[in-house]
Design a protein around this ligand. Structure first.
Ligand code: ADP
Length: 459
């Protein structure tokens, strides 16, 4: 079997499966199977940056090889183009996107230097799997250096419709670079269709059956590979002693009250402001929930150096303060808003003790929290998943209550339905959800992608 080479922004962890999310575990499994190289950024900023020595660690059959970047690379590539240009555009937030020529140049320059460090490590019979928006042009740069190996690319975030993407200056250059891959994977068929439509409308492409697209002199395969979680482990986490301790603590705190839970990285794509407002409406419009239904929101800050993230944090604190000020009682706090991270086992217990999982991104590639919430439930007395139609997860999760997060009043109405749902309906919905979460898990995602990549016909 060919050696597998994975490229992603961050590498690992390989040994510490308690810390690794389901995706990292799935990737490590794939690398173990065929032997492999995992290449990416070390997470360090140094003076030598990408010109410094390769850092290599070998764990069994896996080589982990990373390089540093320098402060300027960090500013232009990471903090600039990926986080302030690509992230907002790909999440449909043109209002937050910033376009700076030097960021664009820095993005391509960093990709080129990564390609130059990776290329000499490649063997003729490797297959290469590149991950995510940090490395959209990497395949093209490897090809320019002479790489002929099969190259697959998987986009973890949404691929925007052409009406949005074409607002990005030099969108054409970016998409053409993607065409150097043999296989491009998306989270949902909606994303794949957006990509195909872009090529048909902007590049005079022709699409053939089986997801093959001919554009700009190349034929590639584009398909949806919905990312999953390691559902089995997560279900086990939920009945671990650690999780049970959380369930017991919460049970003592809540008594016969119900809890809605939200767990997200603090990011404007997650719809947190709308979510808090919807919960406020639930208390306002359905007063029987006052003193009875609380919201636990866990949202550790991310990308704290960016203004948009500071603003959202302040806004959330303000709204939570207002709602608590208005409705709290001496023995009941409506919103408990926590900004720290938790162990995965603890998180599993918190999900399990919550009657409603509230997942309302304004736009999300997949959203793994939705799947974790389902996997953590007790099948005898499961909770209800309330899920945004704009999460990739909504495409596959039949059984969730689907909401439009922009419609705050509508979301409150659905929340009311969720907290009142009968046990029979909860069980019925959950068993459908749980089947889907186990069927489309992290291992099947990885196997499907690699099977297609190993078999793509090169032209
Ligand atoms: P994104 O990748 O955009 O952050 P996802 O929902 O796809 O969104 O994945 C988020 C992952 O981060 C999930 O596995 C979730 O359990 C984890 N996570 C989010 N918040 C916390 C937290 N406070 N503590 C521990 N893990 C968290």
């Amino acid at each position: 079997m060919s050696r597998l080479v994975i490229v992603s922004n961050r590498v690992g962890p390989v040994r510490d499966s308690a810390r690794a999310g389901g995706l990292a575990v799935a990737i490590v499994e794939a690398l173990r199977e065929s032997g492999g190289l995992w290449f990416g950024w070390s997470g360090e900023i140094s003076e030598q940056g990408t010109h410094g020595p390769l850092k290599t660690e070998t764990v069994g059959r896996i080589d982990l090889t990373t390089i540093d970047i320098d402060a300027e690379d960090y500013r232009l590539h990471y903090a600039g183009y990926t986080n302030r240009t690509l992230w907002p555009v790909f999440h449909y937030r043109l209002d937050l996107a910033e376009f700076e020529r030097e960021w664009l140049d820095g993005y391509y320059a960093v990709n080129e230097r990564f390609a130059a460090r990776l290329y000499p490590l490649l063997r003729p019979d490797d297959i290469v799997w590149i991950h995510d928006y940090h490395f959209l042009p990497l395949a093209a740069q490897l090809r320019a250096m002479g790489a002929e190996q099969p190259i697959g690319f998987f986009l973890h975030i949404p691929f925007p419709v052409p009406e949005i993407l074409t607002a990005l200056p030099s969108h054409r250059r970016l998409v053409r670079a993607m065409l150097s891959c043999d296989l491009i994977g998306f989270q949902t068929d909606r994303d794949r269709r957006s990509f195909e439509r872009y090529l048909l409308e902007e590049e005079e492409a022709t699409a053939t059956a089986g997801g093959r697209i001919r554009a700009h002199g190349r034929t590639i395969t584009a398909a949806a590979f919905p990312v999953g979680i390691d559902a089995e482990s997560f279900s086990r986490f939920a009945v671990s002693a650690d999780a049970q301790r959380q369930v017991d603590r919460l049970a003592a705190l809540l008594g016969d009250r119900l809890q809605i839970i939200g767990v997200d990285r603090l990011d404007y794509s997650k719809g947190l402001v709308e979510r808090f407002r919807a919960y406020g409406e639930l208390l306002e419009n359905y007063p029987e929930n006052r003193g009875r239904v609380s919201l636990l929101q866990i949202a550790p800050p991310s990308r704290e150096e960016l203004d948009a993230y500071i603003e959202i944090r302040q806004e959330l604190e303000r709204i939570a303060g207002n709602i608590n000020g208005r409705y709290a009682d001496f023995d009941w706090t409506p919103i408990r808003y926590i900004t720290r991270g938790f162990q995965r086992r603890t998180l599993a217990g918190l999900y399990r003790a919550s009657r409603v999982g509230l997942v309302t991104p304004l736009r999300d590639g997949m959203n793994l929290v939705a799947k974790e919430y389902v996997a953590a439930q007790d099948g005898e007395d499961p909770g209800v998943l309330v899920l945004s139609r704009f999460a990739g997860a909504a495409e596959a999760l039949d059984g969730a209550l689907i909401v439009n997060p922009y419609n705050v009043e509508g979301t409150a109405e659905v929340l009311q339905r969720a907290v009142q749902m009968s046990l029979t309906e909860r069980r019925d919905r959950w068993s459908r959800l749980n089947q889907a979460v186990h069927r489309q898990d992290a291992a099947s995602w990885r196997e499907r992608f690699l099977t297609v990549l190993r078999n793509v016909r090169r032209e």
